[in-house]
Design a protein around this ligand. Structure first.
Ligand code: UT7
Length: 329
């Protein structure tokens, strides 16, 4: 069998126009711009309008990624969407995007790994391409988190935003280029730390028997500690698997959930600030979409050059985590 790998040849992103600033949130809950900026690093987030769906952003991000890749929609073999906030349980977002794009030859699936959805999707794409089964795979991550928020809960409503990012992976025979290694993990024993009740078939009730609201519930500081530990371990694992060290990293693109989590991971990896990509201040936590949105902006800003070693690193509900080492083509 040929020695195949997968490289990224196109990226795209799309976020809602509507902005919700920390000052707007000050009028809604007992919080402050100072607290949010200092404790989380967010200044504003984007919020979908009623007539904008998960698939709206997923499709727009995908169009840009395919155009940059220089492919036609018909050349896409597989569309994988990392999401837990799809338009509907079914059809999948991937199915809707396929129809919107006219990607008639593509297989379609959504991957539910919460904030790690893009890395899990990219992992599936890498293995399908590596095995020779498929050539061009579109991996999207898209979320409309603001539909799942209790706007009275200051613990969570300040954190999340909406948007989508996409990347086209294609087969390459060049050695040492594209995806070099991957680490995926999960720990279902910590499932209670981050839950979205009444988002599936199980019925959750309050102590008085009334239905619980479908809104993100999080034990923030426990999630925080797990995030730092697992993202650090995942980054080290992919470097080791690729025969590289932290000194080889040119850019860390970590899940944008909290600036203090990213700083803690970067510190453990001994990375200087210019080797760490941060855009949480503009979009907040867009769950699975933070990594491809950050990757797209990093590429557009010229922060990623041919030959650079990127580490993408995510963590989310489940618990789930994952990382990839990628040599930019
Ligand atoms: O994407 C999936 C992964 N998600 C994450 O990784 C998120 C991980 N967790 C976090 O980022 C942080 O735990 C949070 C940002 C959610 C919370 O920050 P924290 O530093 O862990 O704060 P805390 O929950 O320990 O609360 C500290 C204080 C409390 O007040 P007291 O008890 O010290 O008087 C809270 O009531 O801050 C208070 N607080 C707030 N104050 C102003 C909590 N939320 C707010 C708020 N505005 N929005």
């Amino acid at each position: 069998m040929q020695n195949l790998s997968a490289k990224i040849i196109g990226v795209g992103m799309s976020v809602p126009e509507k902005r919700l600033t920390n000052f707007d949130l000050e009028k809604m809950v007992d919080t402050s711009d100072e607290w949010i900026s200092k404790r989380v690093g967010i200044k504003e987030r984007r919020v979908a309008e009623e007539n904008e769906y998960n698939s709206t952003f997923a499709t727009a991000a995908a169009k840009d990624a395919i155009e940059m890749a220089g492919l036609t929609p018909e050349e896409i073999d597989f569309i994988i969407v990392g999401t837990t906030t799809g338009d509907t349980a079914y059809p999948s977002v991937a199915c809707i995007v396929q129809n919107n794009l006219g990607a008639v030859n593509a297989a379609v699936v959504d991957v539910a790994a919460a904030c790690t959805g893009f890395i899990y999707g990219a992992g599936i794409a890498w293995s399908m391409i590596k095995s020779g089964l498929m050539k061009n795979i579109l991996v999207i991550a898209s979320e409309v988190n603001t539909a799942m928020i209790d706007w009275h809960d200051r613990d969570t409503c300040i954190l999340f935003g909406d948007g989508a990012g996409a990347a086209v992976f294609t087969a390459t025979e060049e050695t040492g280029t594209g995806v070099l290694s991957m680490e995926l993990g999960g720990d279902g024993s910590c499932q209670e730390l981050l839950v979205m009740p009444n988002s599936g078939s199980r019925k959750y009730t309050n102590p008085d028997g009334t239905p619980m609201m479908r809104a993100i519930q999080m034990t923030g500081n426990e999630v925080f500690k797990n995030a730092v530990r697992r993202m650090n371990e995942a980054a080290l694992a992919v470097l080791k698997k690729a025969g590289l060290s932290n000194e080889d990293v040119d850019l860390l693109i970590a899940h944008q959930a909290n600036i203090r989590i990213i700083d803690a991971v970067a510190k453990r990896l001994k990375l200087s600030p210019e080797k760490v990509y941060i855009n949480i201040q503009k979009y907040g936590n867009t769950s699975a979409a933070t990594i491809p949105i950050a990757l797209c902006e990093a590429v557009q800003e010229g922060r990623v050059k041919s030959g650079d070693l990127l580490v993408v690193d995510a963590f989310g509900a489940g618990l789930t985590w994952g990382a990839m080492a990628i040599r930019w083509a």
